[in-house]
Design a protein around this ligand. Structure first.
Ligand code: F6R
Length: 250
């Protein structure tokens, strides 16, 4: 694992965006695995700036998102499809038909998971998979559990995730209780994984994931077995790792 330690969110976003930009430049028809949430917003803004400056061309890029809330249509302002359109896709020269997010309103969520998994298999491993991390160590919506789940699946969100995400809704009651998520299988098949973390709220999860045992109780800990992980974080998020003696640069 390579750890890029920066002073703050903006510097973390810039460093992580550089990794993503390098991938797009090196392979203009890359498959990018994408994430939503607060952590990657700055990175997406940097990619948008790169595209507007003429440095980045998204015209042959394909994207696969990690997850979607069950029950929210793509027009709902808290759906992950809406997030991606507004925070990235609407501002770059991507072919929207090549952007993929699981549907939150498919009549049969299980069948939608199977469709999405078949799509992931057809597209092949993501060239790079971007991940944020939950405070409980979740990646995508792979929540702490007594086993790892490999394929795309329907999950019940934990109380801690509902509480963390309530900030985006009028109240915690309005946060959907279920989601569809890529499993750890497709995440681990990605050729490279780029994890972005910021702020003291993430410090314990980062330490548990990368300096603790590999356990489904900390889903991100499976990344210790991935051969090419880049972890980009600010000092506040990486503090626990630094204390645990993991070598960091930047
Ligand atoms: C988002 C996702 C989640 C988030 C995680 C961190 O698509 O899959 O795992 O990455 O909840 O969220 P933020 O970045 O908002 O702290």
């Amino acid at each position: 694992m390579r750890v890029i330690c920066t002073n703050n969110y903006e510097a973390m976003s810039r460093a992580a965006a550089a990794v993503m930009a390098a991938q797009i430049i090196a392979k203009p028809d890359s498959v990018l695995g994408l994430a939503t949430g607060s952590s990657p917003i700055g990175l997406y803004q940097d990619l948008i700036a790169g595209c507007k400056a003429g440095d980045l061309d998204f015209s042959r890029i394909t994207t696969v998102n990690l997850d979607e809330y069950a029950g929210l249509p793509g027009t709902h302002d808290q759906s992950y499809r809406y997030f991606m359109d507004h925070n990235l896709f609407d501002h770059v020269n991507i072919d929207i038909a090549r952007t993929n997010v699981p549907s939150g309103v498919a009549p049969d969520p299980q069948a939608e998971c199977e469709r999405y998994e078949a799509l992931l298999r057809k597209l092949g491993p993501a060239d790079i998979q971007l991940l944020g991390m939950g405070r409980n160590g979740h990646i995508g919506f792979n929540e702490p559990d007594d086993h790892f789940t490999a394929p795309t699946h329907v999950v019940e969100l934990t109380a801690s995730t509902i509480e963390a995400n309530a900030r985006f809704f009028a109240s915690a009651d309005q946060v959907p209780k279920k989601a569809l998520t890529m499993g750890v299988g497709a995440i681990m098949r990605a050729k490279r994984v780029l994890v972005v973390v910021s702020g003291p709220d993430k410090a314990q999860a980062v330490r548990d994931a990368f300096a603790g045992p590999i356990t489904p109780q900390v889903p991100a800990s499976i990344l210790q077995l991935h051969p090419d992980v880049v972890l980009a974080g600010d000092k506040a998020a990486l503090e626990g790792l630094i204390e645990a003696g993991v070598s960091v640069c930047g």
